[in-house]
Every structure is written in structure tokens, then in C-alpha cells.
Design a protein around this ligand. Structure first.
Ligand code: GUN
Ligand code: ZN
Length: 436
């Protein structure tokens, strides 16, 4: 059996750290240890060199974390990242929908999926909940690309049978057949899982939402992903389209789409009854701070969600979001809450991108920490890149201060190497690191 040991400063979460405490109670930090990996799984850690029987990769002085989990990101939208001048509904019509129509072409889907999964790995992200496009072939290409890289991917073809341009609409019957076929061939195959992928309530007829709800209940372990309450004009439109629903979130609830494996992006414009419904059903909010700022969508009330017991995880939402980096995402999340008067700890931020996300996805026995038994999905980082970050790192007086500066100042340029199931899948260009 292949045995690999990685040396570095090992950092992960072992419990829920809460939102604001800077005390490292939920944190495990073992400076200069060897993380031991056998057969693609973490088996332990130790301070001493494990010796010749192990393939040793020496990252002394670097930080070793679980690979990040991005709970909401759009594969085809790398093409429209950083598009100027619009809010959500105009942004969709002007930039996003035209770009997505190209993914009907299998060659475009395959090239896009390869670029996208490689880009995730180059940002230290080893698991993701992903929107491809309405085209079955785009979901197929994404599953294939993730499987080829050993990555955990939760995805499904996007459901949208109205309010979208030609070439980007499906219908209930064809969509159902496509979903069932994808479920049969990909759900639970290796590390892949299928998600009923409802674009958002305005793009699906009630009949399509009902079909998605039926399918969600048809097999254990299926996920559901969608968007909710992102933008005020969007919320007003949903109220017109579904006058009988109590709220935007209630549209999904009425169609059987809220459950413990439901991932709803944004959730900015919710009320207290909505937040209680999230907690009751176990559905999570994928908070996308860089997108919320970039599209001028609003400032989410993380504290109110947490007070109600609703899970909040972190997501890039590229291309509404402006970076695949979960460091940038965490740093933007801190700033969004700073505007709300809440000072999130480094531990809260890190948790929402690792162990907390794994828990909310019911995958915490597999990913999100460096605990023995977990898949060896690991990222290795420089603590600091450049003289300013190096100075700040040297001045840190506590572990929290050091990790918070790292979260705030680092990005994918700090990434030295990414492992998926113990296999090296990315190394920094220009520096040939030895691989497993
Ligand atoms: N709502 C419906 N579709 C989208 C999308 O592609 N991005 C974002 N940010 N919101 C959406
Ligand atoms: Zn999105």
C-alpha cells in the first residue's frame, strides 16, 4: 500500500468554533508534524520523521490544511467572471445566459470542465457543489472531470424550463429523463453525488419544481441546490410568480425541495420564519460574500441565521463572485459581517470553508478535517508571500492573530501543493515539488 508523509504545520478544526471566539478551543494545531497517509486516507500524525518506509514530502515551515470545500460555484461562469455594471437579473441576461448556451457543445463542456476542475485544485479547493448548465452533457463532463481527478463533486444538470433564452431551456419530461439517467450513472459512483439543480424559482415552472421534489425523495443521499433571496428585484419577481407562497424560501418548501442535503446560495433577504424553516429542515445557506458585494446584492445576517440554528457555509459563486480563492471568500465574509457589526473569528471563517461545510453536507466522516480516517484531501500553503505579509506574519502574537492575517492576506499564490485522496494533483508552477 502507498504510504505518504507530509511535513508541515498542521491546522484543522475539531468542533464548531462558534462565530466570534478567538480562543483556539475547537482548533487543532500541531507545528512541525508529519501527517501520515495510507491508501489515500489520513492515518495519523507525529512529530518525528516516519523514516524510509514512507514517501516523505517535506513542507517544513508551511501550513497544511484540509482542502477547501466550495459549496456554490458555477462551472461555465469562469467565462464571465468580472463582468461590469449590472445587478443579478441584468447580469444573467447580459453576460451569463449567453455564455452558458455554448455548453450545448460537448467539446465546449469537456474543455470547460477540465479547466474548471484544474482551477479549483489550483486554488486549494478539493470538493465543490457546482452548477454546470442546463445541458446534460455539461453535467456529464463535470462528473467525468472530477472523477478523473479523484475530487468530490456534487452536481446535476441545471433545471430551467422558462424565463431563459432559446438554447437554455429544457422541459419537464426531458429534464426528468436526463436527471434519472445521470442519477443512475453517477450518484454514489466513486466520490460523485447528484444534486437536483434548480436554477432558481423564476426559471422553473411549478410542474418542474414538483418533478424535482419527487426525484429528490426518490433515492437516499441526493442533494438539491438552488439560489434563494439574493437580490431585491428577484425577490419581488418571485412574489409575483408565486403569490400563494408565504416567501421565496417557501416556494421551495412547498415543492418538497428543502431537506438536510439542500444547499441554497445567498439567503440575504430572508425573514425569521425562513431562518427557522432552514433550521427545521436542515437546509444550509451557501454564503457568497464576493458575489453579494460585486453584484450589489446585500449583506447577509450571519448572526441571525446562526441564532436560529441554520447552517451557513462559504462559497465563491464564481462568476457572480470574483475569485475561486476561498481565502478571498473568507476575507470578504469577514468584511461583510464587519459592516453588520459582527467580527467573525478566523476559526469561524476557516470552519465554514472546511469542517463546518463538510458537516452541513453530511460528509464530515470523509472530508473537511485532518482527522485519521478522512480522505487525504489536503492543501499546503506558504504562511506569507511577499515582504508585507511576511512582516505581518512575524509580528503575530497568537495563533489566532497569525491565522487571521493569513486568511486576510493570502490567496492562491500561497498554495504550494494540493493533494486529493493522497495523490498530488497540483503543484505551484515553476517549483517542481516532489510528488506522491
Ligand atoms: N440566480 C439564478 N442564477 C444565478 C447565477 O447564475 N448566479 C447568481 N449569483 N445568482 C443566480
Ligand atoms: Zn450562483
Amino acid at each position: 500500500m502507498m504510504r505518504t508523509a507530509i511535513r508541515g504545520d498542521l491546522l484543522d478544526l475539531v468542533a464548531d468554533p462558534g462565530l466570534t471566539s478567538t480562543e483556539p478551543r475547537a482548533v487543532r494545531f500541531d507545528a512541525d508534524h508529519w501527517l501520515l497517509i495510507e491508501g489515500g486516507r489520513i492515518v495519523g500524525r507525529q512529530p518525528q520523521d516516519p523514516g524510509d518506509g514512507w514517501h516523505r514530502i517535506d513542507h517544513a515551515g508551511r501550513l497544511v490544511t484540509p482542502g477547501f470545500i466550495d459549496t456554490h460555484v458555477h462551472m461555465p461562469q469562469l467565462e464571465v467572471i468580472a463582468s461590469h455594471g449590472t445587478e443579478l437579473l441584468d447580469w444573467l441576461n447580459t453576460y451569463t445566459f449567453p455564455a452558458e448556451t455554448r455548453y450545448a457543445d460537448p467539446a465546449v463542456s469537456r474543455a470547460g470542465a477540465a479547466l474548471f476542475t484544474d482551477a479549483l485544485l489550483a486554488h486549494g479547493t478539493t470538493a465543490a457543489v457546482v452548477f454546470p448548465t442546463v445541458h446534460k452533457v455539461s453535467a456529464e463532463a463535470l462528473f467525468e472531470a472530477a472523477a478523473a481527478r479523484g475530487m468530490r463533486c456534487i452536481t446535476g444538470k441545471v433545471l430551467m424550463d422558462r424565463h431563459a433564452p432559446d438554447g437554455l431551456r429544457d422541459d419537464v419530461e426531458q429534464a426528468e429523463r436526463d436527471c434519472i439517467d445521470l442519477i443512475d450513472r453517477w450518484h454514489g459512483r466513486g466520490r460523485q453525488a447528484f444534486a437536483l439543480t434548480v436554477r432558481f424559482a423564476p426559471c422553473s415552472t411549478p410542474a418542474q419544481l414538483a418533478m424535482a421534489g419527487r426525484l429528490l425523495a426518490s433515492r437516499p443521499g441526493l442533494y438539491m441546490q438552488t439560489h434563494v433571496a439574493e437580490n431585491r428585484a428577484e425577490v419581488a419577481w418571485v412574489a409575483e410568480l408565486f403569490p400563494q407562497a408565504r416567501s421565496y424560501l417557501d416556494v421551495y418548501h412547498r415543492h418538497g425541495l428543502l431537506g438536510p442535503r439542500s444547499v441554497l446560495a445567498h439567503g440575504i433577504w430572508l425573514d425569521d420564519a425562513d431562518r427557522a424553516l432552514l433550521a427545521e429542515t436542515g437546509a444550509q445557506i451557501a454564503h457568497c460574500p464576493s458575489s453579494n458585494l460585486f453584484l450589489g446584492s446585500g449583506l447577509i445576517g450571519w448572526q441571525a441565521l446562526a441564532d436560529r440554528g441554520a447552517a451557513v457555509t462559504l462559497a465563491s459563486d464564481v462568476g457572480g463572485g470574483t475569485s475561486l480563492s476561498m481565502h478571498r471568500t473568507m476575507a470578504e465574509a469577514y468584511k461583510v459581517q464587519a459592516l453588520n457589526g459582527l467580527k467573525l473569528s478566523a476559526w469561524a471563517l476557516l470552519s465554514a470553508a472546511t469542517r463546518g461545510a463538510a458537516c452541513a453536507l453530511h460528509l464530515d466522516d470523509e472530508i473537511g478535517s485532518l482527522e485519521a480516517g478522512r480522505s487525504a484531501d489536503i492543501a499546503v500553503w506558504d504562511w506569507a508571500v511577499g515582504p508585507v505579509a511576511a512582516l505581518r506574519d512575524a509580528r503575530a502574537r497568537s495563533l489566532h492573530e497569525r491565522v487571521f492575517a493569513w486568511i486576510t492576506l493570502a490567496d492562491e499564490r500561497n498554495l504550494a501543493q494540493t493533494f486529493v485522496a493522497g495523490v498530488s494533483r497540483h503543484t505551484r508552477a515553476g517549483r517542481a515539488l516532489e510528488t506522491a
